[in-house]
Design a binder for this molecule. Structure first.
Ligand code: ATP
Length: 311
């Protein structure tokens, strides 16, 4: 067996995610919202390879458009490595190579997966042996979705989405993802939601009430039944995302006309995730959407969270 810490290059892999349920609470005084999310990790992975260096650097490659990925210290992978070094007193640096397969600014947590994989890779490379609980704390400091990229599977996120509890879940789900050739900024989508809620006072979520995940979602996940889950897919950010990018409505419609059980904007979008009844329907849907000149990938979920890869 290869011992990862002995290797000059440590390879870690972390998954992207789909929010099968996302409820947004009131805008709080600090400018953030409490949310209630049901996360599912899916089989689109980010690969991070870490090697010893005196300072911190990153290069990115991938099968998705990487033009919006920064190569300086604003890359969340560099932030993750620096945070780990600071917290553990490690005095060296790291060179990171990210191989991306999760669409950038796509609402699928690709950057969060990079951060989670980087924490694991650097911890193994540097031999810092940070305990799991502390790793989850560091992850939460980096971003609300980073703890989930570490744990993977199916989980409920509350607070900012970073307070995780595992959800009982059965079965494998078949997803077909329509990727957009544009990004949607998460803050812009939240701000569109706030504007809408301001305009329509009846939609204002009371600040005293924390949002919760609908019990029907939990029941569907426990049953492992895609038909039941399709009925309960829900995303408060879908309407504002559609408002900012009206072309997504036609994508949703096209998927539903071609056999999807249901479609949903993933997180803050613009990726649209379609749930299929089984592998055959997923393949048919993939062909139909590709024929309409959409960029489409298939994924299954749930999958495990960030892990070291030994070869
Ligand atoms: P989420 O679903 O968690 O809201 P997302 O999937 O929509 O996130 P990401 O691709 O994770 O979006 O992040 C996109 C933003 O983060 C872009 O503004 C990009 O410039 C910046 N960024 C920083 N580091 C990375 C990284 N390693 N990969 C992708 N984007 C990064």
């Amino acid at each position: 067996m290869t011992v990862a810490t002995a290797s000059p290059v440590v390879h870690a892999r972390a998954p992207g995610k789909i929010n099968v349920f996302l409820k947004v609470g009131a805008l709080l005084e600090d400018g953030y919202h409490d949310v209630a999310i049901a996360y599912q990790a899916v089989s689109l992975y980010e690969d991070v390879r870490a090697s010893h260096a005196d300072d911190f650097s990153v290069v990115t490659t991938g099968t998705v458009d990487i033009s919006r990925v920064p190569s300086d210290g604003s890359n969340i992978a560099i932030k993750a490595a620096r945070l780990l070094a600071r917290m553990t007193g490690y005095r060296g640096g790291v060179h990171l190579e990210i191989d991306k397969h999760v669409p950038v600014t796509g609402g699928m947590g690709g950057g969060s997966a990079d951060a989670a994989a980087t924490l694991l890779a650097c911890d193994a490379l540097w031999g810092t042996q940070v305990p799991r609980e502390q790793m989850l704390d560091l992850a939460a400091q980096l971003g609300a979705d980073v703890p989930f990229a570490l744990t993977g599977g199916t989980a409920i996120g509350t607070g900012r989405g970073d307070q995780l509890s595992p959800a009982l879940a059965k079965g494998q789900y078949q997803w077909v993802l329509a990727l957009a050739d544009f990004g949607l900024s998460t803050p812009a989508v939240y701000s569109e939601l706030d504007t809408h809620r301001d305009r329509h006072a009846q939609d204002i979520f009371p600040a005293t009430v924390a949002p919760t995940v609908d019990s029907n979602v939990l029941q569907a996940l426990r049953a492992g039944d895609p038909h039941m889950l399709a009925e309960t897919l829900y995303n408060d950010l879908q309407a504002p995302a559609l408002h900012l990018q009206p072309s997504l409505a036609a994508v949703l419609e096209l998927g539903e006309q071609n056999g999807a059980l249901a479609g949903i904007v993933s997180g803050s979008g613009p990726t649209v995730a379609f749930l299929a009844a089984d592998l055959d329907s997923a393949l048919e849907l993939q062909i139909a959407l590709s024929a309409a000149r959409l960029t489409v990938v298939r994924a299954t979920g749930p999958v495990h969270g960030a892990r070291l890869v030994t070869s």
